[in-house]
Design a protein around this ligand. Structure first.
Ligand code: CO8
Length: 384
């Protein structure tokens, strides 16, 4: 007789989404970068003439949509991003007494998710903030959020880049199964515009800002009208330098001279083509293996809520898993409106595109990105 204890069933009981009010269209972004490129090339005309530096290339709106599927994005501050002399958000510095910007953007997303779950902040006893860029090392943004909400228990921050949502969901599931928490909120406050390079055409269009939140509880405790049973979680990592951000606490200790002084090294950079080629098969195999381990046929999956980085990449991954090109209904896209919101992307897709599913329907939430990293969460809608 198998006497191993049966792990309690965990359910997702609510999700929330918050994004800044400011949208930036591809046309706006291209116009401001074209002007910035003109100014930069004029300022470096002599070096360009001597062949010491390459002239910067102008962006193209048509390329952006064709290469990525992105049409617009939300940003936390618009004027600074679009100012050709600045090309980065302009955020007023906040004092220690003021709520931090990531905790602030998290609040409406968390309240939205708790509302769906039929919970209040007083019910929450664990918060995991998972995102690509944290505004400081400590105190943790999650602990500041815990304080602002008036929640109990414990909180910590974690960073697995674009995979932070699924990695933190697995941590939440483990905490619920192990009994170290009763009501966990996972939050992904992504302010990608603070670490994006709006001065270079290869990067300027890729990202957008948004925050998502997910409430997870043991199935026996749940009171929500809508519940999604977590059938399994699976994570994987494999080291790569193809997506990299070297911003960190040792920067001021490293004396940088000459080429090393390039501040662009300290913000996001990637080899997009290689990422596309290497990560797409890695993700498809990961999802297939996860479903096989759960004895689920990929054809039985009603919906894939995939990380939103590139439309063609998502179509390729879903095609590789299903053996045919998925339609929008099977693998919904939010990329056109939001661009790549890093860890928030797959949760935005789940948040926006699940109301039509019926009890018993199966779905896969999957995020992937820097590290490399990939995480999948297989869920089934329960009859309540
Ligand atoms: N306008 C005109 N031309 C352009 C532009 C533009 N805006 N951008 C690039 N080009 C040019 C290039 O310079 C290149 O020109 P040339 O041939 O002369 O060198 C040409 O177009 C082709 O460029 P690419 O080969 O780069 O084009 P791709 O077809 O590969 O498309 C993409 C580029 C869209 C970036 C694509 O490669 C892609 O989406 N790849 C997958 C990327 C991905 O999934 N990344 C995950 C990153 S997210 C993450 O995990 C990290 C978290 C980040 C946190 C946020 C911090 C900001």
């Amino acid at each position: 007789m198998n006497t191993a204890p049966i792990a309690p069933s965990v359910v997702v009981t609510g999700t929330g989404l918050a994004h800044p009010p400011h949208t930036v269209s591809n046309a706006e972004l291209v116009a401001s970068l074209a002007e910035s490129v003109r100014i930069w090339n004029d300022a470096h005309a002599d070096e360009i003439e001597r062949g010491e530096v390459a002239a910067r290339a102008v962006p193209d709106e048509e390329f952006i949509v064709k290469a990525s599927g992105i049409r617009s994005r939300y940003v936390i501050e618009k004027e600074g991003v679009l100012d050709p002399m600045r090309m980065r958000p302009l955020l007023p510095r906040r004092s220690e007494d003021e709520l931090g910007i990531q905790a602030e953007m998290s609040l409406p997303a968390v309240m939205d998710a708790l509302d769906q779950a039929g919970r209040t902040p007083a019910d929450v006893d664990a918060i995991i903030v998972g995102c690509s860029n944290l505004q400081r090392a400590y105190p943790a943004v999650s602990i500041e959020l815990q304080d602002a909400l008036g929640a109990r228990g414990w909180a910590y921050d974690m960073n697995v880049a674009c995979s932070s949502a699924t990695f933190s969901m697995q941590a939440a599931v483990d905490a619920l199964r192990g009994g170290s928490a009763d009501c966990v909120v996972v939050v992904n406050p992504e302010i990608t515009s603070g670490h994006n390079n709006f001065e270079l055409r290869d990067f300027h269009f890729i990202f957008g800002d948004a925050c998502t939140a997910v409430v997870l509880e043991r199935a026996d405790d749940a009171v929500a009208d809508e519940r999604w049973q977590v059938l399994g979680t699976k994570l994987a990592t494999q080291f790569s330098n193809n997506i990299r951000n070297d911003f960190g606490f040792l920067n001021s200790s490293e004396d940088r001279t000459g080429d090393d002084r390039d501040p662009h090294e300290l913000i996001f950079r990637q080899r997009g083509q290689q990422v596309f080629k290497e990560v797409s098969p890695m993700v498809a195999t990961h999802i297939r293996d996860h479903l096989e381990a759960l004895a689920l046929d990929p054809q039985a999956i009603r919906r894939f809520w995939l990380h939103q980085a590139n439309l063609k990449m998502n179509q390729l991954i879903a095609k590789s898993v299903l053996g045919r090109v998925p339609d929008e209904d099977e693998a919904p896209v939010v990329l056109d409106e939001f661009a790549n919101t890093s860890s928030a992307g797959s949760v935005i897709a789940f948040h926006r595109h699940r109301a039509d599913l019926a009890a018993g329907d199966l779905g896969v939430i999957c995020s992937f990105g820097a590290g490399y990293s990939v995480g999948s969460v297989v869920v089934r809608k329960l009859q309540v």
